[in-house]
Design a protein around this ligand. Sequence first.
Ligand code: ADP
Length: 592
Amino acid sequence: MKLNNLFLTIVFVISVAVLFFVAGISFKHVSQLNKSQKLEAHTYEVKLELEKFFSAMKSAETNNRGYVITKDSTFLQSVENSKKELFQNIKAIKNLTKDNPKQLEHIIQIEKITKERLYILQKLVQISTEKSTQDPEFQRYFIEGRNKMDSINLQIADMTRHETELLEERKLMTKKDMMITPIIIYIILLLALLMISLAFIKIYRNLNKIKSINKELMLKNHSSQMTESIANYGTWQWHISDNTYVFSDNLYRIFGFEPTESKIDLEDFMIVVHPDDRDLVIEKVQEMQEKKHFTPFRHRIIRANDGEIRYILINNKLVTDGYNKEYLLVTTTDITDHIKAKQLLENRNRELEASNKELSAFNYIASHDLQEPLRKIETFISRLLDKDYQNISDSGKQYIERIKYSAGRMRLLINDLLQFSRTNRTDQAIEHKDLNELFDLAIQELFQRIDDTGATIHLNSTLPTLQVVPFQIQQVFINLIGNSIKYSKQDVPPVVNIDVEKVDHSSDVRVPDNKEKYYKITFRDNGIGFKQEYAERIFGLFNRLHNKDEYIGTGIGLSICKKIVENHHGFIFAEGKPDIGSEFTVYLPDKA
Ligand code: ADP
């Protein structure tokens, strides 16, 4: 657009210049015509004066001759008149030719010869009065007089010729000028016409462009209005330089006004602000006027059309328009539905938390209380076995063995359940702990089982020191290594390899893209493994994959591990290959 404007300005300037040029040339042309006409008239005037002079000279000569022949003195009077006339003519010619040195020289010469000729005429009158015309003196003067007359004629002829030549020259020049000028004007006009045509095409194209831009703008405006209405927000601009406001249609609607209502300003919007939030809004308006922007805030309104209380979020950004003028762009979003949904969610969360706590407490109390009758069952069985064993029949002995076994299983289950409910408690003390120490304690606890099975445990790297609930992490180590020992292949002593690595999202895709670093602890064994499709299911409560009689357990151990790792904001994965082994990977955030 800028280039187009420059082009149109250039065309306009050139067109104006062409007009001035053509007008100038026409003016010059007319004044030249005028001048050449004047010069022509001047030439005719000179010629006329010369003819007048010649005829006065002739008249002087004729009258002089009349006197010589008749001796009538009236002829002399006429000679005197012609003389006066002659000098007036000379003066007039001098005046007319003063700007032409050549002609001036001629007329001076003519004046000189005229004076001599007049003197000879006078002499002839004088001699003819005293002597005969046949007298040699008279004859001499007479001949000399004729010669002078010839010289005068010659000078006049020269002057007339010179004037005629000048006239021809001027006529030729004017003719030439007259011929070239229209061609130049014509060419320049053509050029101007061309430029104006180009300018017209440009203007036409620009107009079309403006039309399509306008259409686009209208579309954008329409879709922005639609967006506002769909997303339930309105916008307004505060033009700082002239302190004016522009409000979008949807802003009116959000506040419960009709966009067609007569223009409303900032004060009108204040009327609908909830009385309890009015001070906050006034404070924000002041902040806006002082700093040209304000920190985003939330307030309530009592909607003008239905009196409903709505929640409004106000945000803003100081921007500069295309003309380098600053204005504040403000968005006003109706967040009532969002707030209500959030409140509902918070209420549900609170209810869920309460019911979880209740459930946990129930689990704990039930498990705890179950210990007492179980202990009694175990005590009575052992008394029965100690004192009355001989009196019991063989089948009775078998029943008692089964009761003993079931009671053992029940103890295991109660212990695991108690442990699981303990991991749910959030009031556990977090400590800055070296995980190597916790690992050693876990190994000590597993010592008997390691010894019985001939297992080897390799800690291949040093474990980190982290912020943890120590007994929980120790429990994770016990459960994972314990499982590797439990689910080992028959006649193959278990081997467990533990590796430690520090990772982030760029080095391990399992790590979330949150710029945090994690310690990845991998437990790899050579046991019976499992099908990969069960890799997630085994972390569920009471889920077991293998034969209950072959492998004693409750299906709680891995649930405990998952719960503990998640309590520490980490995560756990399992990978298994049947008959090859299993791999459990724990990720703990690097929080030292
Ligand atoms: P439990 O061992 O008491 O049955 P867990 O929650 O510890 O309960 O484990 C759930 C199930 O996952 C186990 O029953 C077993 O089938 C499978 N499992 C756990 N660890 C391993 C492992 N190292 N190798 C093979 N299977 C395993």
